[in-house]
Design a protein around this ligand. Structure first.
Ligand code: GDD
Ligand code: MG
Length: 346
């Protein structure tokens, strides 16, 4: 089975973290995000994955390489962003596509049953089958009502109107190559959600209702939620054992005299000083936190430095190489640009 992962978005809602690291390979629980997705695809019989990249594509290839645990990885690089469907047409025109493929949004952490989705796709003779999952708040997703035969009745992308169902597009599609040939225009940006799927309603488009764990990691709150979930063991993953506080501490970290956890992730070679607390937070690699600091519910990217007695309040995102001077309080939900220096009063 072949899969294509859409991994070329700009990750706007995760800025400044995504200014230097593309969302698909951003560390999640200490591993490049896509490694979780590739494990899931492999478990459902995928042997080749095409990674569709644009924004910071070199970083994606540099992190994942050409073989992942026996799975072949191929790269299709866009010069200009082609939206969600345009990249699949580009892969077709490059001669990459087999008769049938899975297309995945590259920011979804899930354990849903792709094998069962493919089985339904075969049985109904669908041209495309969309995985659908129930969520409480549908407002940031594509809402997809289906009939009793599981035929899609409408595709309503991020609409303000009252939603007819709580089932949303989970970002996993089984698609026939013929649909890519006939329904996605070449050479321009095309959206599955706003063009291709609405036009396919009534013409072989089906929904597969799934359940299980599912989250889109594309906002700061959901990135942290996915982190806590992985630490607590749902979804299942091959992460190393967590410590007694439910935290994961990477290789070469120095944390003597510090309070790490609950639910913290430290990447490799981080240092946290005496009497400092880091809880429900994520430190990427080579992060230095001084003594007597408090870091709560925040994300600190690679090589961030936090001076003694500083406090990072919940919801803060600090970009790569940012520096917080001693004694500074970084307010809740702050966004600190890569390389910026936060001084007292700034
Ligand atoms: N290659 C490429 N080129 N990939 C892109 C581009 C592009 O121009 N634009 C977006 N992507 C990738 C993103 O990297 C992401 O993996 C995926 O396409 C979806 O884009 P998002 O920006 O994350 O979309 P969303 O989360 O707002 O909404 C989408 O996902 C929801 C489920 O998480 C839609 O598909 C919704 O219908 C869906 O409910
Ligand atoms: Mg998304």
């Amino acid at each position: 089975m072949q899969a294509l992962v859409l991994a070329g978005g700009a990750g706007t809602r995760l800025r400044p973290l995504t200014q230097t690291v593309p969302k698909p390979v951003m560390p999640l629980a200490g591993r490049p995000f896509l490694s979780f997705m590739l494990d899931w695809l492999r478990a459902h019989g995928v042997t080749e994955t095409i990674l569709s990249c644009g924004f910071l594509s070199d970083r994606v290839r540099g992190v994942l390489g050409d073989i992942y645990h026996g799975m072949r990885l191929r790269y299709v690089i866009e010069d200009e962003p082609l939206g969600t469907a345009g990249p699949v047409r580009l892969a077709l025109d490059g001669g990459f596509l087999e008769e049938r493929l899975l297309v995945l949004n590259g920011d979804v952490l899930t354990d849903m049953d792709l094998t069962a989705q493919l089985e339904q796709h075969r049985q109904t003779g669908a041209r495309a089958t969309l995985a659908l999952i129930a969520v409480e708040d549908v407002s940031s997703y594509g809402v997809v009502p289906i009939d009793a035969e599981r035929r899609v009745e409408a595709f309503l992308e991020k609409s303000d109107r009252p939603a007819p169902t709580d089932r949303i597009n989970a970002g996993a599609y089984a698609i026939e190559r013929e649909v890519v040939e006939s329904s996605i225009a070449p050479g321009r940006a095309v959206s599955f959600e706003r063009e291709v799927f609405p036009a396919l309603v009534g013409r072989g488009l089906y929904g597969y209702e799934t359940s299980g764990y599912w989250i889109d990691i594309g906002t700061p709150a959901r990135y942290l939620e996915a982190t806590y979930d992985l630490l607590s063991g749902r979804p299942e993953s091959s992460l190393p054992a967590r410590d007694v506080t439910g935290s994961l501490i990477g290789a070469g970290c120095l944390t003597n005299g510090a309070h790490i956890g609950p639910q913290a992730v430290l990447g490799s070679h981080c240092s946290v000083g005496t009497d400092s607390t880091v809880e429900r937070s994520v430190l990427h690699d080579h992060v230095l936190v001084g003594a007597d600091c408090i870091v709560r519910d925040s994300v600190l990217a690679d090589r961030v430095r936090v001076g003694d007695r500083a406090r990072i309040e919940p919801g803060a995102l600090l970009g790569t190489g940012a520096r917080v001077e001693p004694g500074v309080v970084v307010a809740a939900d702050s966004r600190v640009q890569p390389g910026a220096v936060v001084e007292v009063g700034s």
